[in-house]
Design a protein around this ligand. Structure first.
Ligand code: FPP
Length: 261
């Protein structure tokens, strides 16, 4: 309860109440590339793992803040990419341990806040401990209907698309569908994100301006927002700034501008 009261004060003092109470111009789905943990730590003379630990705190605040926006229904977080296995073993082990510890620590409050957690990515590459924790959080939060949080773990967009193509090819080989029946909707429904609307807004922290193999299909028409702020420093006021910026964007989806807007 104490955490919740502090959180309400924290969120309320920085974020825009008006935006929180409307569903208009609010992105229904925000995806975030949480970058800059390592640099945040280095600039403070700390080990990289301290940056990741602080990154978990930032994530915690952002999820609680996101849950206050009525129209915001999905948050997708790039936690660990298929390429991240190439990092030093100690860092990979530490990230996996941090993930399991965070699941145990946050489970109760996520359930209380009715936040559903889904994990997307290739589970074959994960240890049994990690998959057990993932199964646990998905099962325990399955009835959450306030906000859905998708954690991308051992995820990359190319791996996801490869998997989708293999699934569809197998269905063609089995005679279930004809090749000419494959369209954008069929491909969308073969992705890990099947059933989840495309992200309206993709945020990347940490100063780089690229997508790094993240939601390449789903992000075809996403608005992009880049900030220099390192992920551990990204707070509710920064989320609010990104949402405000989104509210001023004119999304045309390849069509012409609506003069009435
Ligand atoms: C990128 O920063 C961050 C990651 C690869 C890990 C993201 C993980 C977290 C935010 C915390 C873990 C979350 C959970 C749920 C356990 P970087 O290390 O690439 O930073 P750098 O570019 O400054 O080196």
């Amino acid at each position: 309860m104490a955490i919740r009261i502090i959180n309400i004060i924290f969120v309320g003092s920085f974020a825009n109440e008006e935006l929180m109470n409307t569903t208009e111009k609010i992105p229904g789905h925000i995806a975030i590339i949480m970058d800059g943990n390592g640099r945040w730590a280095r600039e403070r003379g700390l080990e990289r793992c301290e940056g990741h630990k602080q990154g978990v705190s930032a994530l915690r605040n952002i999820i609680r803040s996101a849950a206050q926006y009525k129209g915001l229904r999905y948050m997708t977080l790039y936690v660990f990419s298929t390429e991240n296995w190439g990092r030093p073993k100690e860092e990979v082990d530490m990230l996996m341990e941090l993930l399991c510890r965070s699941i145990v620590n946050e489970l109760h409050e996520l359930k209380q806040e009715h936040i559903r957690v889904l994990v997307i990515g290739d589970r074959n590459g994960m240890s049994q401990t990690v998959t057990e924790h993932i199964d646990l959080i998905e099962k325990e939060t399955a009835s959450g209907n306030a906000l859905t949080m998708l954690l991308c773990i051992n995820y990359s967009s190319r791996a996801e698309l490869t998997h989708a193509m293999q699934t569809l090819a197998a269905r063609v080989a089995a005679g279930e569908i004809n090749p000419d029946e494959i369209d954008a909707d069929t491909i969308t429904s073969a992705l890990y994100t099947s059933g989840i609307p495309d992200p309206d807004l993709i945020i990347r922290t940490g100063g780089e301006q690229r997508l790094s193999n993240f939601l390449l299909w789903q992000g075809a028409y996403s608005e992009l927002y880049f900030t220099q702020t390192y992920w551990p420093d990204f707070g509710p006021a920064d989320l609010d700034a990104a949402i405000k910026e989104y509210a001023h964007r004119n999304r045309r989806f390849g069509k012409v501008c609506d003069d009435k807007e």
